[in-house]
Ligand binder design. Structure first.
Ligand code: PEP
Ligand code: MN
Length: 293
């Protein structure tokens, strides 16, 4: 652990772990993120059509996902790329949620859209490109919904926590942190999954931490193994891209799992999730033994 963490909590004291606040749980419908259950959020990068989303939602729900992801507003690196269906996409997300019982996570890009997106979303996703959009972060302080805050492409963990602090200071303590890969000199993967971010964040902050292996990997073949890694380092869940026909996807097809691949991955992860949950069951004994966390 970098000793510089010591004494640096003043700038993010609302989200820093303390004796009084060791772990916060973010409630989403009947789910408790950060509460011991490993919560998988899955779905397409973008909502493309009703048929695409309903088919995906049925499949990911059957495989054990609890939350449906799908962007209606897409931050794209190119202005010529598909920008999302907007409010039409939000309506399709609602339909899929009613059909399956899955909660909804979707991205909000602008403070002007916060109220609208909050009408449809159970969790408001802040994308990597928006981690330092302070007007958006402040607007999310009053949205009444949990916020999933993605780490910026070139952000340190301290900077991520500072952005979380902005949301908390604006009045919203329901925050989930997300490691989704950072930009490094390595080009074999789209981004570099900073797997150490998970234990570091969980040591210094009380907030739940989830991993997005899809945007880190950039290719679907790496997604199951990175997901497995996330479970064993203590992540509270995953955010995974899944598409019924990835080769036809309008965005991020290369990194999207097929429905069958997602089902297999969920089965493969089960023993690792159980392994991760074991020490949590021992947690009270560890506390009695020596105050370890
Ligand atoms: C996404 O989740 O589809 C997305 C755009 O992610 P990120 O902000 O991590 O690039
Ligand atoms: Mn994507």
């Amino acid at each position: 652990m970098n000793p510089r963490w010591n004494g640096q909590f003043s700038c993010f004291d609302l989200v820093a772990k303390t004796e009084q606040n060791r772990r916060s749980i973010v409630a989403v419908r009947d789910l408790e993120i950060g509460g011991g259950e490993f919560v998988v959020m899955a779905g397409p990068c973008a909502v493309e059509s009703e048929a695409q989303l309903l088919q995906t939602a049925d499949a990911v729900a059957a495989a054990g996902a609890r939350i449906l992801r799908g962007g209606a507003y897409k931050p794209r690196s190119s202005p010529y790329a598909f920008q999302g269906l907007g409010v039409e996409g939000l309506k399709i997300l609602r339909k899929a949620s009613h059909a399956t019982g899955l909660a909804i996570i979707t991205e909000v890009m602008s403070e002007e859209d916060v109220d609208l997106v909050a009408e449809y979303a159970d969790i408001m996703q802040v994308g990597t490109r928006s981690m330092e959009n302070y007007a958006l972060l402040e607007a999310l302080g009053g949205c009444g919904r949990p916020v999933l805050l993605k780490r910026g492409l070139t952000a340190t963990l301290e900077e991520l926590l500072r952005s979380a602090q902005v949301i908390a200071m604006a009045g919203n303590p329901q925050i989930i942190l997300c490691e989704r890969g950072i930009r490094t000199f390595e080009t074999a993967t789209r981004n570099t999954l900073d797997i150490a971010a998970v234990p570091v964040l969980k040591t210094v902050s009380h907030l739940p931490v989830i991993v997005d292996p899809s945007h880190a990997a950039g290719v679907r073949s790496l997604v199951p193994v990175l997901s497995r890694a996330a479970t064993v380092v203590g992540a509270d869940g995953l955010l995974v891209e899944v598409h019924p026909a990835p080769e036809k996807a309008m965005s991020d097809g290369n990194q999207s799992l097929t429905l069958g691949e997602f089902r297999s991955m969920m089965a493969d992860l089960q023993p690792y999730i159980e392994l991760q949950q074991e020490p949590r069951q021992l947690h009270p004994q560890l506390l009695v033994a020596g105050g370890a966390d």
